[in-house]
Design a protein around this ligand. Structure first.
Ligand code: MF3
Ligand code: CO
Ligand code: CO
Length: 289
């Protein structure tokens, strides 16, 4: 069904279509005819929704700041889970991982050769020299924000420190490649180029995702790509960039017992950082910083 010029816009802005997304739709229609992969309406957020995700992002950042304050050698990863769970609930949020597709805890904690989706465990004690990713996703008033950081425990090796730092630079390179009317492949190319320059490998089978009204939405954000290919990036899109970078080979496997944790196949170290990013009429905004 086509929206009438004077009907309310499909985006939920309560504005008339003709002053909201009419010109946008016409532009996308033309681009689609030229063979460009254009985003579906259902992943385009209105300003009110982006504000909701921004608020979820603020709480998510506060949770990560709390983890940063407390994380230390000798602590077990279940203690991190409790910190995240209790702080989130106390501030009116819900930790999105909790019972998500059967995930048993409220945060992911992935250490050393664990690439992502590590499960907090009271018997897993942080050791001097460990590198750990803490991945927090918060639901606030129905809106989702998703971000992760790396932490170095005690004195870590120079190789580990470099991997952690370069992976953050890969995230920032991916972010710098995001622009309205650019392409998703720009992000993957930027991330992969920098990782390769440093002798690292980018995980391909797991990546970023649309986020905001649900935990995982379209599009899939691959951290390997080719400039000017893939989905068109437009105002109203919100998605994560979350490169997983391995010091060794790119191949990974999943834990058969817990069904969640992903490891590097060669046992090499892996690092990851994540932001939730919005494209608005005013530019590109990190909602989790
Ligand atoms: N936060 C992760 C991401 O960045 C997803 C974790 S799913 C969970 O996409 F179930 F393991 F929490
Ligand atoms: Co995450
Ligand atoms: Co994510």
């Amino acid at each position: 069904m086509k929206t009438g010029r004077n009907d309310p816009c499909w985006c939920g802005s309560h504005k008339k279509y003709k002053v909201c997304h009419l010109a946008f739709d016409e532009k996308l229609e033309r681009m689609k005819k030229d063979g460009i992969l254009v985003p579906p309406h259902k992943i385009i957020k209105n300003p009110e929704q982006i504000e909701g995700i921004r608020e979820a992002g603020k709480l998510n950042t506060a949770v990560l700041d709390l983890v940063a304050e407390h994380i230390k050698e000798g602590m077990n990863t279940e203690e991190i889970n409790l910190l995240v769970h209790e702080y989130t609930i106390k501030h009116g949020g819900i930790p999105a991982p909790f019972h998500y597709k059967g995930f048993p805890k409220s945060v992911c904690t992935s250490i050393n050769d664990e690439v992502c989706h590590g499960i907090p465990d009271k018997n897993r004690i942080l050791q001097n020299g460990d590198i750990i990713n803490v991945d927090v996703t918060t639901i606030l008033n129905g809106y989702y924000a998703d971000a992760s950081r790396m932490f170095c425990i005690g004195e870590v090796s120079e190789e580990a420190k470099k991997l952690v730092d370069v992976t953050k630079e890969c995230l920032d390179a991916g972010l710098a490649a995001v622009k309205a009317w650019g392409y998703l492949g720009d992000v993957g190319e930027a991330v992969n180029t920098l990782a390769k320059q440093n002798g690292y490998a980018v995980v391909e089978e797991i990546g970023g995702h649309g986020v905001g009204l649900a935990f995982h939405e379209e599009p899939y954000v691959c951290h390997v790509g080719k400039k000017d290919t893939g989905m068109l990036l437009v105002p109203g899109m919100v998605f994560t960039i979350e490169p997983m970078i391995n010091a060794g080979k790119r191949q990974v496997y999943q834990d058969e017992d817990n069904g969640w944790t992903i490891y590097t196949e060669d046992g090499s170290l892996s690092a990851q950082w994540e932001y939730t990013v919005a494209i608005t009429e005013n530019g590109v905004e990190v909602l989790t910083r």
